[in-house]
Design a protein around this ligand. Structure first.
Ligand code: UD1
Ligand code: CA
Length: 454
């Protein structure tokens, strides 16, 4: 049966103590709602409808261009009311899955279990066993195990409250049954809300089969209402990512101290030291080693390369057997060929570094093309910006740049050139020659150091 997914995301989230809508708060580099949408997309549904209310324009804006439908729920009159707003948009004949923008860790596997278990039931609830069921709707089962009702905390009797099995809120219902039942929801309860959970008793009244399956891991269905819960969910997310890496054979020096905020793809025998953050899509080849406290985003690093501690790498392509850092800042558009080396306190941007070339210490290299087997001395600066435009520096194969040199772009240092230390190079240099610009050293014979006046 084709699937429609409704994601409830209209709530305000007052307890977040934030000006931003709750569901767009970030969890591991993307919004909570984006996590739920990504999980939804993986199920290949016919349609995804997001119910928005509080700060709806902000929420829509953050989710645009993903083929989602949005439904406005101007006033939040309950979860049943929220789903009701979607009826017009719902494609006829589909099964309907209800998810929540503030329950971001729900897994594809659990939803697949729910879809599987739903066969033969008109309505299927995902339940769980929380450590403390206070505040949750309780699942009331008949002797044969079928579900009779969900009783909300506010309406629960003392006996109901003893039931541990609780409602996650996530449910699956046949579209035709949803249309049959939802108009009959009433708000004659303590909260004066239209409860989605009342679908259960309406279904039972109509003689329809209602079932519930347990979510094996209660941590998947934790909702986020405040910053504490968001931090807990973030920590759980971190554990899940670390455990996936360990399963793939990565050596993590401490699985509790790695943040994967995106997609980290790894070869074999990769090692990652503590406190590293990976953002966007990062690919690490076989035997790559990452030192402590590195931040790496949207970057590919080929086999046998090493990134030493405190290094930041953003949108770079790193070859094999490359060494970077410690304390390097590799900015977008940096490409390091095999066997090249970038050392401490070096910043690069829009720069290609040829095979075997070295920029070992204290340099800024921007908008530069460096050939093979080049040595860039300590303290070399490419002066690529004249205040208005950026200009390129070209350093050909086999060049040796002496320390403390400024290369004023646009400039080309021809093959095999040697640049004397301390030079300011403003014109292209000829191949295989020594070029330097340096005032002559003099000695003043008659000079005397000033003495004391006393
Ligand atoms: C709901 C369930 C309860 C379950 C619990 C799990 C109902 C009546 N109760 O209770 O059985 O144990 O979740 O956490 O469904 N929302 C809207 N529009 C509305 C109302 C809510 O979009 O008009 C969204 C909220 O933003 C929130 C979610 O739906 O993300 C759940 O609503 P909430 O009011 O928090 O329900 P609970 O009382 O927690
Ligand atoms: Ca809630």
């Amino acid at each position: 049966m084709p699937l429609s997914i409704i994601i409830l995301a209209a709530g305000q989230g007052k307890r977040m103590q934030s000006a931003r809508a709750k569901v767009i708060h970030q969890l591991a580099g993307k919004s909570m709602l984006q996590h739920v949408v990504d999980t939804s997309q993986a199920l290949d549904p016919d349609q995804i409808i997001v119910v928005v209310g509080h700060q709806s324009s902000q929420v829509r804006e953050s989710m645009k261009g993903q083929g989602l439908s949005f439904v406005e729920q101007a006033e939040q009159k309950g979860t049943g009311h929220a789903v009701q707003q979607c009826l017009k948009q719902l494609n006829e004949g589909n099964d309907v899955l209800v998810l929540y923008g503030d329950v971001p860790l729900i897994s594809i596997a659990t939803i697949r279990n729910l879809l599987e278990a739903a066969k033969g039931s008109a309505l299927n609830i995902l339940s769980f066993l929380p450590e403390n069921s206070q505040g949750y709707g309780r699942i009331i089962r008949a002797a044969d195990g079928s579900v009779r009702a969900i009783v909300e905390e506010k309406e629960a009797t003392a006996d109901d409250k003893k039931i541990q099995e609780s409602n996650t809120g996530i449910l699956l219902i046949e579209g035709s049954k949803l249309r049959q039942l939802i108009g009959r929801l009433e708000n004659n309860n303590v909260k004066k809300e239209y409860y989605l959970t009342d679908l259960v008793k309406l279904a039972v009244q109509d003689g329809l089969k209602v079932s519930a399956i347990l979510c094996a891991d209660a941590r998947e269905v934790n909702g986020v209402n405040d910053q504490h819960q968001l931090a807990e969910v973030e920590s759980r997310y971190r554990q899940i990512q670390a455990s996936l890496l360990l399963k793939q054979g990565v050596k993590l020096y401490d699985p509790a101290r790695i943040d994967v905020r995106g997609d980290l793809q790894v070869g074999s025998d990769v090692e990652i030291d503590i406190n590293c953050i990976f953002e966007g899509t990062v690919k690490l080849g076989d035997r790559v080693r990452i030192g402590a406290n590195c931040v790496i985003r949207d970057t590919t690093i080929a086999a046998d390369s090493v990134v030493l501690p405190m290094t930041s790498i953003d949108q770079a392509v790193i070859g094999s057997q490359v060494s970077i850092g410690p304390f390097a800042r590799i900015r977008p558009g940096t490409e390091c060929a095999d066997g090249s080396k970038i050392g401490n306190f070096v910043e690069t941007k829009k720069t290609t570094i040829g095979a075997g070339s070295k920029v070992n210490h204290l340099s800024y290299i921007g908008d530069t093309q460096i050939g093979r087997e080049v040595n860039i001395g300590a303290g070399t600066i490419t002066c690529n910006y004249d205040g208005v435009n950026k200009h390129r520096t070209i350093i050909e194969d086999g060049v040796f740049i002496g320390s403390d040199t400024q290369l004023v772009a646009p400039v080309t240092i021809a093959e095999g050139s040697t640049i004397g230390a301390g030079s300011t190079i403003t014109r292209d240099t000829p191949a295989q020659k020594l070029s330097l610009s340096r005032s002559r050293q003099i000695t003043i014979d008659a000079w005397k150091r000033p003495g004391s006046n006393k």
